[in-house]
Design a protein around this ligand. Structure first.
Ligand SMILES: [Zn+2]
Length: 249
């Protein structure tokens, strides 16, 4: 009944407990596995093989790795696209939070991967941190396929800009945090047919499990928080999010 539109099931801490994690996420009907390198992509194929309807795969070179990404890396990604092994390209984007010393390289990499997604006709999952203006201006120019703003944590004004691009806004654990006033406002204002739910596990565990390792089953708490904010029944929200997700994939 739940949708986790962004989880890192192939990170060591989740992959090593694969059987448990799968058992725990019984109520998650769809999950998008986000891969950040080739090894993770190979692992994601194992999940997808087990349940091709339930698991979708996204792969993209993350902005924080931009300095290390060579032409070879892009060729590998292109190969997966050519073989129709991906459902989405991402997460890609700009992140000036930790290190803004290679902004130009990040932008180049983002534009390059947007063009790859355009050519393949696949949606993109966007990571945008401390880089709103640059990210939105590049997307406006170069993105031609549906956009998912993953773990959205911007302002209401930024969200309005994002929605103008026909995008989906994906909310994660932080909407359940005590100090989440800005995020709560965004959930409230976002049209229900443009909302996705995610965990970004193993990160960002929602309340009441904050502080522990996150996994896809906890998307339940993100979804319930969306219900609470929007004052809608769980069933309504779950089926709408599922429709939103399936409209893209
Ligand atoms: Zn992620």
């Amino acid at each position: 009944m739940y949708v986790d539109s962004h989880c890192h099931l192939t990170f060591d801490e989740l992959f090593q407990r694969k059987e448990d994690v799968l058992r725990n996420m019984e109520k998650v009907s769809y999950a998008m596995i986000m891969c950040t390198n080739e090894e993770e992509f190979q692992r994601a194929l194992i999940y997808k093989k087990e349940d091709p309807k339930r698991f979708k795969i996204a792969w993209g070179w993350h902005p924080q790795d931009a300095n290390a990404i060579t032409e070879d890396h892009l060729i590998k990604l292109q190969k997966a696209l050519d073989q129709h092994q991906l459902d989405c390209l991402g997460e890609i984007g700009l992140d000036y939070y930790w290190d803004s010393s290679f902004k130009e390289r990040q932008k180049e990499l983002l534009i390059r991967q947007l063009h790859m997604a355009n050519q393949a006709g696949l949606p993109v999952s966007i990571h945008m941190r401390n880089a709103t203006l640059d990210t939105l201006s590049i997307l406006k120019q170069h993105a031609k396929t549906p956009i998912i703003f993953h773990c959205f944590s911007g302002s209401k004004e930024t969200m309005k800009e994002c929605l103008k691009m026909d995008s989906m806004i994906s909310f994660a654990g932080p909407i359940t945090f005590k100090n989440a006033r800005k995020n709560v406002l965004c959930v409230k204002e976002c049209p229900i047919d443009r909302i996705l739910s995610e965990t970004d596990s193993p990160f960002l565990t929602p309340v009441p499990f904050r502080g522990q390792k996150n996994e896809p089953m906890y998307v339940e708490y993100v979804t319930k928080k969306i219900c609470e904010i929007k004052q809608l029944a769980l069933e309504t929200v779950c089926s709408q999010i599922q429709r939103n997700f399936l409209s893209l994939f």
